[in-house]
Ligand binder design. Structure first.
Ligand code: UDP
Ligand code: MG
Length: 342
């Protein structure tokens, strides 16, 4: 059995026709996937069965973030056989933030749920999210009551980052997640934000609107690995800070002033020693200070460079992502017909 046949069989197996309830608002579930060929079908089926049970008119919008494995093949085949499903494929890997942006730019309904494609955001919470939304909340957000399996290093790094981010931007993100429902108003406000480098968790908090949180346990990933390498995390952290706070630049200025005063005191002391014939002593202090000041100057220059780079990237006005392929509902025929065609 070739690979394409295997995918087709796997997709057709749990094929229950989706019948949305008449006259209800439409909620789109946005799911980004990057190299998730082993996981994608399980996620789509689990999400679909939860949506079926809500009785709401819901659909799924999957984004393939430039996967190099057969994720897109699975999504495409799935789209051929299921209603209330569409998928976009990026021309290359643009990152999860860009995938969320694409999802929010393409939803047409009254609300959108954003969730990870590895089932770490359990779809079983979607009915509760929809209920809170129906009660009138514009943003319903999942708060991690436990963070799932994670190395001590990741936990400590996340803790430090969120503390620093809170200090710098005033936005509290401790235990926040990307598992969120956004009302149409919020989606429109998001889409009106022009920046290219986004940080979904923080920007959606910055937008405001009435909010409701619910606790959830982050499930363990059962297939594949986390796609967040150390480099991606650093990039996201830098974007997050430069995108939400100019406080580091203010801090540098204060640090400069502090050292100016320090130098003045030290300069007076050095001159007194020089004129009293004691100039050779204190050499250690000079070396230590040179190292300290040198590294601080370099860090400060680097930091200013990061802000400039961020301005440079925004100014180029390139699109956040490029869509190379699509599976639209209009392409989808009834399951029975297609089964015969295949
Ligand atoms: N993801 C993506 N593009 C990327 C990295 C990740 O679309 O460049 C997707 C990934 O397939 C998953 C979700 O984003 O559905 C969360 O990624 P992951 O599980 O790797 O992140 P973690 O849970 O470790 O934070
Ligand atoms: Mg994950």
């Amino acid at each position: 059995m070739n690979n394409e046949q295997k995918i087709r069989d796997a997709v057709l197996e749990p094929c229950s026709p989706y019948r949305p309830a008449e006259g209800c608002a439409r909620v789109t579930v946005i799911i980004p996937f990057y190299n998730e060929e082993d996981q994608v079908l399980e996620t789509l089926n689990a999400t679909r069965s939860v949506l079926d049970a809500t009785g709401e008119q819901c659909d799924i919008l999957a984004i393939d973030d430039g996967s190099s494995d057969s994720t897109w093949e699975v999504l495409r085949t799935y789209g051929l056989h299921h209603d209330a499903f569409s998928a976009l494929r990026f021309s290359r890997n643009f990152g999860k933030e860009a995938a969320i942006c694409a999802g929010l730019a393409h939803v047409k309904g009254d609300a959108a749920v954003v969730m990870d494609g590895d089932l770490q955001h359990p779809p079983k919470h979607i009915p509760l999210m929809i209920r809170f939304w129906r009660e009138g909340y514009d943003v319903v957000e999942g708060v991690k009551s436990s963070r799932g399996r994670e190395s001590i290093f990741s936990r400590a790094a996340a803790h430090c980052f969120y503390r620093m981010f809170h200090k710098m931007s005033g936005i509290e993100l401790k235990n926040a997640s990307d598992f969120k429902l956004l009302d149409r108003k919020v989606i429109d406000a998001w889409n009106a934000c022009p920046e290219k480098e986004t940080f979904f968790r923080a920007l959606s908090a910055w937008l405001g609107f009435s909010r409701k949180t619910f606790d959830f346990d982050v499930e363990d990933r059962t297939k594949g690995n986390s796609k967040w390498g150390f480099k991606n995390l650093i990039r996201l952290s830098v974007n997050a800070v430069t995108g939400f706070s100019s406080r580091p630049l203010v801090l540098i200025t204060w640090l400069g002033m502090f050292f100016l005063v320090f130098f003045f005191v030290l300069g007076v002391q050095t001159l007194i020693r020089y004129f009293s014939g004691n100039a050779a002593s204190g050499f250690t202090t000079v070396i230590l200070l040179q190292l300290l000041i040198g590294s601080l100057v370099l860090i400060s220059l680097g930091l200013i460079g990061l802000y400039l780079a961020s301005l440079f990237h925004e100014e180029k006005k390139r699109p956040r992502y490029i869509v190379s392929d699509m599976v639209r509902k209009s392409h989808v025929k009834s399951d029975e017909k297609l089964r015969k065609m295949l």
